[in-house]
Write a protein that binds this ligand. Structure first.
Ligand SMILES: Cc1cc2nc3c(=O)[nH]c(=O)nc-3n(C[C@H](O)[C@H](O)[C@H](O)COP(=O)(O)O)c2cc1C
Length: 324
């Protein structure tokens, strides 16, 4: 097995992962991030193993498309059926991914309803079956798990020990329970405890801490406090798309650079997804690129009305011209 996790581990600093985010870290955004300031590892959006194993295959498979520049790239899957997991794992290995990850943290009610995502925290025996199915389907791929500290309450000792006993190659811990959603601060004390458990139970497993890291400086601090190998960043990217430049004082980029990025992203989104995704999905990104300049609020409001790339260009080009 080629275990890339060991290759990205660093001495004296954490490696940084871009968190899997549904509706955000699609093929296009991962390409953008790879060109801009590349995270040390990227994940796909979570992808249903059962959908891949059904008539939903054609609709689902675009989630597992990646480009070479996105490597190392990990496919995240979710679900409950060991049979579908084995098939999905085989597919993920055939597609050439660098790793495969099981989602055991999603608190979305539609996911929980099926017994999947964070619900697996309450079902250790199914967890073991799913891990075994992945090992059978993708024997050459390192396996990682992304989970939380518990379902209703924090059970780090019990749950994290159980997961680590499965001897997986990497573990991401989002420092909250499923019930807490993102409403309370991430608990890095418990993440530190998880590192201690790892040292005792499975020293070779890579541990990644996740939750409320918004700057590179934050990630260094968390690394020093807890001993994690890596830090995963999700929403931080909405505050600073250049975050993965790893600038200790925060990145400093001009309005022009941000707006050019907005145009590039919109164009790639439009060209890549064409009619298969609604252009309105770009709206959540506009606030990343448009901020802190005179007229920004007005521009954001206008962008929210756009239906396609041409309309975005019509709004952005005059602003760019006025800046140069
Ligand atoms: C819009 C959005 C979509 C998400 N989708 C996923 C997902 O598909 N898989 C997953 O494991 N976590 C998902 N998450 C959770 C993030 O990966 C991450 O654990 C969480 O945002 C906490 O990290 P942060 O404080 O750095 O944002 C999502 C979070 C957000 C905000």
């Amino acid at each position: 097995m080629k275990n890339f996790w060991q290759d990205i581990k660093k001495i004296g600093e954490p490696f940084l992962a871009l968190a899997p985010m549904e509706g955000v870290t699609d093929f296009v955004f991962r390409d953008i991030m790879s060109d801009l300031a590349k995270p040390d590892v990227l994940f796909t959006e979570f992808t249903s193993a059962e959908s891949l194993d059904s008539l939903g295959y054609d609709k689902t498979i675009p989630r597992l498309k990646f480009s070479e520049k996105q490597r190392p790239i990990v496919a995240q899957i979710w679900g409950v059926s060991p049979r579908s997991f084995e098939k999905a794992a085989r597919l993920v290995q055939e597609l050439g991914f660098d790793g495969i990850d099981i989602n055991m943290g999603c608190p979305d009610k539609n996911v929980l309803k099926r017994g999947a995502g964070a619900n697996l925290i309450t079902n250790p025996s199914l967890t073991t079956e799913l891990i075994s199915a992945i090992r059978t389907g993708a024997p050459d791929l390192p396996l990682s798990i992304k989970t939380r500290l518990g379902f209703n309450k924090i059970i780090t000792e019990e749950w994290i020990t159980y997961v680590l006993e499965q001897k997986i190659e990497a573990l991401t811990i989002h420092g909250r329970t499923a019930k807490q959603l993102s409403k309370v601060d991430a608990n890095w004390e418990e993440i530190k405890k998880s590192v201690e458990i790892k040292n005792a139970v499975s020293p070779s497993t890579i541990v990644i801490g996740n939750g409320d890291v918004f700057t590179y400086a934050d990630s260094i601090q968390r690394y020093k406090e807890t001993g994690v190998d890596g830090v995963m960043i999700g929403r931080g990217i909405f505050h600073d798309p250049f975050l993965f430049e790893k600038s200790i004082n925060g990145s400093s980029h001009t309005t022009k650079e941000h707006l050019e990025l907005l145009l590039t992203h919109s164009k790639l989104f439009s060209d890549y997804w064409q009619d298969s995704k609604n252009f309105a999905e770009m709206r959540r990104f506009f606030k990343i690129y448009v901020k802190s300049f005179r007229g920004a609020t007005k521009l954001k409001v206008a962008l929210m009305e756009t239906q396609n790339y041409d309309e975005v260009e019509k709004l952005i080009k005059p602003v760019l011209n006025s800046l140069s």
